[in-house]
Design a protein around this ligand. Sequence first.
Ligand code: PEP
Ligand code: MG
Length: 620
Amino acid sequence: MTKSRGRGSRPSQKEAGAPAPRPSGGAGRRPQQVRQGVAVSPGVAVGKAHCLRDLLVGGETDPLDDEAALAEIARYDQARERTVQDLQALHHKVRQQLGERAAAIFQVHEAILHDAAFTAKVRSWIVDSRQNAKAALRRLLEEYTTLFERTSDEYLRERLADVRDVVIRLSQHLAEVAQPPADEPDGPVILVANELVPSHVVALGKREVAGIVTQAGGRTSHAAILARGHGIPCVSGVAGVLNDVTDGDLLIVDGREGHVFIHPDLETQRAFRRLRREFVDLKDQLAENRDQPAVSADGQQVELLANISNLDDARAATAMGATGVGLYRTEYLFLTHADVPDEEEQVAAYRAAIAASPGRRITFRTLDVGGDKKMRYLGLQRESNPFMGWRSIRLSFEHPAFFLTQIRAILRAAAPDGGPQKRVRLMFPMITTLDEMRRVRRLVRRACRQLAAEGHGCGEVPIGLMVEVPAAAVAIDMLLEVADFVSIGSNDLVQYLMAADRDNPKVSHLCQPLSPAVIEVLFQTIHACQAAGKPVTLCGEMAAAPRAFLLLFGMGLRSFSISPAFIPIMKELTNHLSQAHAAKIAARVRRMNTAAHVLRYLGRQLTEIAPNLAIVDSAT
Ligand code: PEP
Ligand code: MG
């Protein structure tokens, strides 16, 4: 256990600065601004801003001279050639896996690139208006937008989305053939973006990221999950921050209170640098408990599993002392892959994840796209309610061959091959009805029969569901009859129960896992699983929030799946807990009427139980 450090170690509101502009700390300095967002990943970061703007924004240059204009056309042609090759490869692969209908979109995109008017316009703007290729593409997109937005024809509006996709793909290739920008700050940076998508993370490569600030997104948006996965302090929902910050500006990210300081004054810098050191020290101290079991003060065993999305996460989970993987989000394999991974590529990726992951258990979740995670080749259309629409398992059912390929790949990877034996489990997201659960079971049986007939090994895997839709929570007893295990996906369950979009900062006060209604549903679900003798885990982000962890432990939950960076913290908290005390706290919470009351009460309890964890606790 670590030495106690009380809440007194937070900078006072005066030290940290209230969320309002303050005078500058020195002559010639720009005044400090404080912006409030949603605290999504705890900790504190101080560093220089690195803004990730829309690919199509910025990059203006002086008018090009003759030579530069010719070079720009050559650059554009090169980018265009690469884009054509990209689209042809995608078309080929998607046709093989999903059929011609799904692949046709890439031919449409290629046709746009070959359209004579499209290319003529870009070239003439480079030559006649002396603009660079990026500015010409931007102007082209503006022209098409003005033209298409006047129409009420849904088909033509969809074509605008296609033109935009093509322009973005072209711009990405243009950026690759361009010189890297010279003014990027050295050393660790604080990323500032509208939202963070997986390709940003891939693009960053090995660059060290100290903190993240986003304009969009809420507590469980995928930016938040990526940040938490890497243990990076993050504040989301800071409206318009990209207008106030430029590359190289000094920023402070306070991922517990949800504050972002722009041009912090010296007093504030000093206070937060001290806090950051405390945060890093705490993480270092706790990392030493990685080989200790997660056992409460009164001897209750707790399972601390990891949520992972890739091999790096699997390694981090091992380094942090996770006892297994409770959630492998397989969609990131698809979202970050240059094209569509086929069965062999998937088998290889899943085997690598099994080998790299800790403990003796790994749970694969099948593709969970739609909502905020888009894959054009699956035919995703603009929907007015994407989270309530065609996403996740619903989309997988519509592409049975594609879905079956994934199930086959997981079963093949699970087959014992003489290597380290691990229990592989297969989990299906967003299950809403009993029929869906029966249908996935039939698909798994079909995949097993096929694999046996082809002479492949096939692992025996327990089949489980994620409880993310209120209907599944209400009908849990029925679903348990056909499920081997359950994992509660509280990120989605909370947004659906509270009818509050998890990515919309305007409703983040409602998308609150410690609301009385959510607590009641969690309690009923956990107890239904326990009564049926079926293993239950909670794998949403709340499992790594100290206040929620305390409550869930008190309600009897003993299995948590969380971002690797939080394993040592939750292990430390577990060491401080006892069943009798936590059960009393949970019973009291269940009688409370408001989230604010629950949050305050749990905050006070936590301060008494584990004062050294104040720095990773968050009240928002
Ligand atoms: C969840 O909904 O709680 C969950 C773990 O899944 P995701 O965040 O990937 O939607
Ligand atoms: Mg979910």
